[in-house]
Design a protein around this ligand. Structure first.
Ligand code: URA
Ligand code: URA
Length: 186
């Protein structure tokens, strides 16, 4: 495992998969390196590829509003993605791309040691929790593994496409806020 600066340097120069060919910026992650709560999305979109910062587009703005409403402090969180470079046209990253990039995310988790990891959407849930997970069926469930509490919920982009998902997502975020409060109290 590398330290933070070494890891960031490695990522910024990474050419392990084809996504490096069309990227503008590597999107390493944002937030606190001592966060109790880590969110993992799928991969950078256009706004993120341009800015180099995850979740700054419409989905990210919705996530910020949900966090604020749930009383989750931005100081308590870190946000990353399964892949750090934008898949062209926002397609789902291929298994090869995800496998090439995942060691970087694992290294970040190892450094941050969050108490909770929340997977935003099916891609993150598949690679972090379980290959067979289905968000509609399995969202909101807590899994404890190796000292981490894991949960999958809808990707905020899914909430923008389908209003009916907002209510169950809100239940999940309340559960996340409660769990974080509980774990921090110990
Ligand atoms: N996923 C999203 O939700 N939005 C993007 O722009 C890219 C991936
Ligand atoms: N969608 C994602 O999955 N990740 C981002 O960083 C932005 C949109």
């Amino acid at each position: 495992m590398l330290g933070w600066e070494g890891l960031e340097n490695l990522c910024i120069n990474c050419k392990k998969c084809r996504l490096h060919e069309k990227r503008n910026k590597v999107v390493f992650g944002k937030g606190s390196r001592t966060a109790g709560l880590m969110f993992v999305g799928e991969g950078p979109g256009r706004d993120e590829d341009v800015s180099g910062v995850p979740f700054v587009g419409k989905a990210g703005q919705l996530l910020d509003r949900i966090l604020e409403a749930a009383g989750i402090d931005q100081k308590d969180i870190y946000i990353g993605n399964i892949v750090k470079c934008r898949p062209p046209g926002n397609r789902i990253p291929t298994p090869d791309e995800a496998r090439a990039c995942l060691p970087y995310l694992r290294n970040q988790v190892y450094i941050i040691k969050p108490k909770i990891i929340v997977c935003l959407g099916a891609t993150a849930a598949k690679y972090i929790i379980d290959d067979r997970i289905r968000i509609t069926r399995d969202r909101g469930r807590w899994h404890e593994r190796k000292g981490y509490w894991l949960m999958a919920t809808y990707h905020p982009a899914a909430l923008l496409r389908d209003e009916t998902k907002k209510r169950p997502a809100w239940e999940d975020f309340k559960s996340i806020a409660a769990k974080l409060g509980e774990l921090k109290a110990h």
